[in-house]
Design a binder for this molecule. Structure first.
Ligand code: ZN
Length: 470
């Protein structure tokens, strides 16, 4: 905790133009400074910094505030992180208020896990670039997949040779405790063997760019070996609050005011390499609330790219209602049959790819309606089921105006009167409200109706999760 006195000291010391100039180049105009807004894409500057009032304001996208707001928005810092950053810049010493012993222990553990992951990151990179096996197996694989060396380096890709305990041995030499390697999931649970062996390695960063976990893709053609494995959940890695590429992509997502979601690590990497940088991957799992909130911190517009297999797409659509609840605008893009984002962008190039995804993007609800309508043609009972299904999605949208617009469109698509659809939706909304009221009445601590979780970790609030990354 930072004492209030120090917070005031920091705020008094801050000169906003000095802070913002660390990120944006500004020039003088009268008493103000102007520059190109880092929060939206623009060619003529509408981003204003007012040194007298110590605030900034963009007349293009409306973002504005003080230096702390700027850092929180621009760097995805939490409030304390922004304060610490400013304290360092202005040489203000922070005498932290005593943390509880548990908090301190937690923070120390998180710090040491990051250190061990950094060590592993370097180790995997050395294995990739500086060993014969790394070069002939892993580097050759990346090259064959069309990944350039600068991309390999910027994503921190590496290689874990097919040896039982090379990483453990190296860790021992430099003095990292085997217990920490076990805790962060880099060794087997009994601590005797490396967790990742014979795999190319993808570090998974948290939002501030620290390595929270790894994923490894096998170099073996043995079908019994899982293609990808991931670090287990740890104090610093909560899977359902992590998106691959979120760190590398956050700036572009904010500038484009859109997040493109793909499935695989190599999709993210390949699109980045092609200059399409507002991309993250959910790594196969269906989207969770935590992941959606991560997206929502930077944009309300989500574009999801699917490989063109209709069965797979239908299954995926079921998970998307969560995004509607979060009030995200969801668009779907189907890629041509047999293509994934990686193969497709390499085949047609970035410009054509960009055109394709903006041309083919379809609104999620209308897309779902059309897809299901085709299936229920001539079958009134199934069609009734479909209407309920779609209305269930629409009922989740918090904004009544948006809801109304969808009902209108769906009414004409499904050939059902708008009135009927309105009634159906209202019924569903009322049911949801009643359920929520019941739930609230049983608070606090009533967990009977809480959504079931696959793990038994306590809910880590977003703030807490980010705090580990200071
Ligand atoms: Zn702006």
């Amino acid at each position: 905790m930072i004492p209030a006195q120090t917070v005031r000291e920091i705020i008094d010391a801050v000169r906003i133009e000095e802070v913002i100039e660390d990120f944006v180049s500004l020039r003088k105009r009268g008493v103000n400074r102007i520059g190109l807004c880092p929060f939206h894409n623009e060619k003529t500057p509408s981003f204003n910094v007012n040194p007298t009032r110590n605030i900034f304001k963009c007349f293009g996208c409306g973002k504005g505030g003080d230096a702390i707001t700027f850092l929180m928005e621009h760097e995805s810092f939490t409030y304390p992180e922004a304060l610490r950053w400013l304290a360092r810049k202005y040489n203000i010493e922070i005498q932290e208020v005593e943390q509880s012993p548990e908090q301190r222990a937690e923070q120390q553990l998180a710090d040491s896990l990051y250190i061990v992951n950094d060590f592993a990151l370097e180790h995997f990179q050395t294995q990739l670039f500086d060993t014969d096996e790394g070069k002939s197996v892993a580097l050759a694989y990346f090259k064959q997949r069309g990944i350039r060396e600068d991309t390999i380096r910027s994503f921190g890709l590496g290689y874990a040779p097919n040896l039982p305990d090379l990483l453990l041995q190296r860790a021992k030499v430099v003095g990292h405790s085997p217990e920490l390697l076990r805790k962060v999931g880099l060794s087997s649970q009994d601590g005797n063997r490396d967790f990742f062996r014979g795999r190319v390695m993808f570090p998974i960063h948290n939002l501030s760019g620290k390595v929270a976990a790894f994923a490894g893709r096998t170099m073996s053609s043995d079908k019994k070996i899982p293609k990808y494995i991931n670090s287990p959940e740890t104090e610093i890695y909560v899977k359902n609050k992590t998106l691959y590429g979120a760190f590398q992509s956050k700036k572009a997502i904010r500038q484009k005011d859109e997040c493109i979601l793909v499935e695989g690590y190599t999709d993210v990497i390949s699109l980045h390499q092609a200059g399409i940088e507002n991309v993250v991957a959910s790594s196969g799992t269906s989207l969770t609330e935590g992941q959606l909130q991560l997206i929502k911190r930077n944009t309300n517009n989500l574009k999801i790219l699917y490989d063109g297999d209709p069965a797979g797409v239908k299954a995926a659509l079921r998970g998307l209602d969560l995004a509607l609840e979060q009030d995200l605008n969801v668009k779907i893009v189907l890629l041509p049959e047999g293509e994934d984002p990686d193969s497709f962008v390499q085949q047609i190039g970035s410009e054509a790819f960009g055109e394709y995804i903006s041309k083919e993007a379809k609104d999620f609800i209308l897309f779902k309606t059309q897809l299901l309508l085709e299936e229920t043609e001539g079958d009134p009972i199934r069609k009734a089921g479909l209407i309920k299904d779609i209305m269930g999605s629409i009922a989740l949208i918090p904004d009544p105006i948006k809801r109304g617009l969808y009902l209108k469109e769906c009414s004409s698509l499904m050939d059902v009167s708008e009135q009927v659809l309105h009634e159906e939706t209202n019924k569903l909304i009322n049911v949801a409200l009643r359920k929520k009221a019941d739930r609230d009445a049983r608070q606090p601590g009533a967990a009977t109706d809480a959504p079931s979780r696959t793990d038994n970790r306590p809910d880590v609030p977003e703030q807490e999760f980010v705090r580990f990354s200071t």
